[in-house]
Design a binder for this molecule. Sequence first.
Ligand SMILES: [Fe+2]
Length: 98
Amino acid sequence: MSAIGLNGHSNCPTALTNSRLSGRKRTWSSGAALVGAAQAVEHYEIARYGTLKAWALELGLDDAASLLETTLKEEEDTDHQLSELAVKLINQKAEAAE
Ligand SMILES: [Fe+2]
């Protein structure tokens, strides 16, 4: 998570999901829910970094735009890794446990 992300805020999807799962047995389904919540955060960050990068480019702040592009790619990579984790493991395990 980034400094401008949702982490630590009460409306953070991962914090809310984790809170709702608190005290319950951890299952593959709860893992799937947590991955989905983490992806919601990544999607928020991707949208924000994309906007900030566009604004930086519009203002001629090329160095800032480059840094924002690097961060944007990191967020996209994390999102893709979470998708792979869900598709290749967690979702299948959750379905099999039903
Ligand atoms: Fe992130």
